[in-house]
Ligand binder design. Structure first.
Ligand code: ZN
Length: 267
């Protein structure tokens, strides 16, 4: 497992400082979330800083807040995100959307064509596309609806040759669903967005919330998961306006996860 955090955790911090903090705290790399400031940073600078500090960009997350100046339509954003990931040699691209639409409908056909175009951009590279599970924690779902959503994700990812990014906080519902999600998605998962939840607020630190993430990480260890574990803790939770607090919190979360991920399974 390689541990990473999203640059969105430290929104407002200059990218070189974010990478320096990742190195200082012992992370294996970062997930580059494309915010307006990242979008405005020449890729040569991202690459140079990453190399100089020895902090790789392990994944690149599609912009979530459109419109992003110069990044165009959702399709254009996917293409540019794929191109950026290839340019910084990130192994994983994180995409949203896609699955659950009416098969053969306008959105379904457009999304599949968009994925195919991204794959053309990535040809000859080792960068792979992944699709993140939709955020279900705001919407109460029956067990049947929950399972159907994940079945659609498994099928869509399989048909489009996509890997999966599993956001633990997005799973929603009772904590036991996290085990169900892992059982269904494990063979396709390359990136875990390791977020806890209060039940009403997502993007909490991994060690605080109702999701048993220590147990979950020990299951990943049991199953010899070798992919990424990425924190997406909200900047307000990290209190990023107080850098010492933020550094301490990120360091504690990393220690918690590394320890849980090396523990025997707590089944
Ligand atoms: Zn996520």
């Amino acid at each position: 497992m390689r541990f990473s955090f999203s640059t969105a955790c430290l929104a407002g911090y200059p990218l070189p400082l974010v990478l320096w903090i990742a190195k200082k705290l012992g992370f294996d790399g970062v997930e580059l979330f494309i915010t307006p400031d990242v979008a405005a940073t020449p890729v040569s600078i991202v690459r140079a800083v990453s190399r100089r500090l020895g902090v790789p960009v392990l994944s690149v997350h599609i912009p979530k807040y459109a419109p992003l100046p110069g990044w165009g339509s959702p399709h254009d954003m996917r293409l540019r995100t794929a191109g950026l990931a290839a340019a910084v040699q990130a192994p994983v691209v994180v995409l949203h959307g896609g699955y659950g639409a009416r098969p053969g409908g306008t959105y379904d056909r457009a999304y599949r064509a968009s994925v195919a175009a991204c794959r053309d951009v990535l040809q000859g590279t080792t960068t792979r596309l992944s699709l993140e599970n939709n955020d279900c924690h705001h919407v109460p779902q029956s067990d049947d609806v929950f399972r159907r959503g994940l079945e659609q994700l498994v099928a869509f990812a399989g048909e489009c040759d996509l890997d999966v990014t599993l956001d633990t906080g997005h799973v929603g519902g009772p904590a036991r669903r996290l085990d169900d999600a892992w059982a269904m998605l494990a063979p396709q998962v390359v990136n875990i967005h390791c977020n806890n939840s209060t039940g009403t607020h997502d993007h909490q630190r991994p060690e605080y919330g109702y999701l048993p993430l220590a147990r979950f990480l020990s299951h990943l260890h049991r199953d010899q998961y070798a992919g990424l574990v990425t924190f997406e803790t909200h900047p307000a939770v990290l209190r990023t306006w107080r850098p010492p607090n933020m550094m301490r919190a990120l360091g504690q979360s990393l220690a918690f996860c590394r320890s849980a991920a090396s523990a025997p399974s707590l089944l």
